[in-house]
Design a protein around this ligand. Structure first.
Ligand SMILES: NC(=O)c1ccc[n+]([C@@H]2O[C@H](COP(=O)([O-])OP(=O)(O)OC[C@H]3O[C@@H](n4cnc5c(N)ncnc54)[C@H](O)[C@@H]3O)[C@@H](O)[C@H]2O)c1
Length: 387
């Protein structure tokens, strides 16, 4: 590619800032022909957009989202509250620009599949922020499982525990409204845990059971726009209309059974995504809090040296050399590097004209499980995934 790809970001909140960080650091991409020009951050909260643009070195900030969509940037990344995705993403796709969207691309399966169809009819490259897949240790674990190192998978458990909602005095942002979000823990953090489960262990075909619980039923209203997980609050309160905790039991196409455990009120566990996967000849385990390593057990004939091995992410693993600060294993790669690696992968897909593995279709594959989980919960029965 001869000229730099010029980049705009819509949404300057928590995820928009992570995208800005990703594009900024993607400049060290290993593909020498992929360069970027950091053009604009757009958010109706102009002061926030200005501060994010200044921090990450974007040329300017815009208060009007449509001005950015109508501009001549090549790539737009969208990180808005879930209820705005189905309004903004179609307009970005119609503009012909490449789109990197946050998960979930829609609040419902219908919104998601409509966007998937629009994306597949366009020539634009689409990507979705399933950032955990880019952690070198998790990507290496996935390869080991795909290579058959633990035999045929029969059991998988993924979890995402976070404590951002543990404080009952936390502001009632859009995240706590089923209407505005499409799901509580089930979708907000469950999107990553479900994607990880399907990435490593295979496609889910049936939700056997889904339990949803709301522990904190009321929260104080924010006095100003709630950004991320913090906002000042008023003395007035409003109802929480989605789940704090979700537990899913699943069946996979390959016959394996799976369990997904999600909580946004996991006191003392600020942010942990993990997977444990068992096969006919071993098992593997990863947790994002110690993201620079994973564990694998490969059964031997004599079993003398039993027990799992601890493997340190290094240059032999996916994405590591693109993002690590030093070239050797053990220097650690974590959440921040995942945001850089996902943007690098997206830019490479644009440059090569290649489909990204986490595209809008992958977002709908995740959403099919969430949709079936909601139906399993309300009907108290097992639900087949719509294919
Ligand atoms: N991949 C990840 O790890 C990850 C992490 C966090 C969030 N997300 C996703 O990113 C998206 C944004 O989440 P966030 O945490 O950045 O949200 P946020 O609340 O922190 O930020 C939302 C931004 O949208 C702007 N906005 C524009 N119009 C708005 C309106 N009408 N109402 C409210 N805000 C409006 C706000 O000013 C704010 O800057 C969500 O889809 C979320 O699921 C993904």
């Amino acid at each position: 590619m001869n000229r730099p790809l010029s980049i705009g970001i819509i949404g300057a909140g928590m995820a928009g800032q992570a995208h800005a960080f990703g594009f900024r650091n993607a400049m060290m991409a290993t593909a020498p022909d992929v360069t970027v020009r950091l053009r604009a951050i757009a958010d109706p909260n102009l002061a926030l957009a200005e501060s994010v643009a200044a921090r990450y070195g974007f040329e300017h900030a815009i208060g009007d989202i449509d001005e950015l969509i109508g501009s001549d940037v090549d790539v737009i990344s969208v990180a808005l509250p879930n209820f705005l995705h189905s309004d903004v993403l179609p307009r970005v796709l119609a503009s012909g620009k490449h789109v990197f969207a946050e998960k979930p691309i829609g609040r419902t399966l219908a919104e998601s599949t409509r966007l998937e169809s629009q994306a597949s009819a366009s020539t634009a490259t689409t990507g979705v922020g399933f950032s955990f897949r880019r952690l070198p240790a998790l990507a290496a674990l996935q390869q080991a499982v795909a290579d058959g190192r633990i035999g045929d998978v029969h059991t998988v458990r993924t979890w995402y525990y976070a404590d951002y909602a543990a404080d009952p005095q936390g502001a009632l942002s859009w995240r706590y409204s089923q209407e505005q979000s499409g799901g509580g823990a089930l979708l907000d953090i469950g999107a990553h845990a479900i994607d990880t489960l399907q990435f490593v262990a295979g496609e889910v075909t049936r939700v056997l059971n889904c339990t949803l619980r709301t522990e904190i039923g009321e929260r104080p209203l924010p006095t100003r726009g709630a950004i991320g997980h913090g906002a000042s609050t008023s003395t007035e309160t409003g109802p929480v209309t989605n789940d704090d905790i979700a537990l899913l039991t699943l069946e996979l196409q390959n016959g394996a059974v799976g369990h997904v455990e999600l909580s946004r009120i996991a006191h003392g566990v600020p942010n942990s995504l993990g997977i444990e996967v068992f096969g006919t000849r071993g098992h593997a385990q990863f947790e994002s809090i110690t993201a620079g390593e994973f564990h694998i057990f490969e059964a031997s004939d004599d079993g003398v040296l039993n027990g799992p091995r601890r493997v340190f992410a290094g240059p032999q693993h996916p994405y590591f050399s693109d993002v690590a600060a030093m070239p050797g294993a053990g220097v650690g790669t974590g959440y921040a590097e995942a945001f850089v690696a996902e943007i690098q992968e997206f830019l490479r897909c644009i440059s090569d004209g290649r489909r990204m593995d986490t595209d809008f279709a992958a977002a709908s594959r995740m959403m099919r499980v969430v949709d079936a989980a909601l139906r399993a919960n309300s009907s108290n029965s097992a639900i087949d995934i719509d294919s």
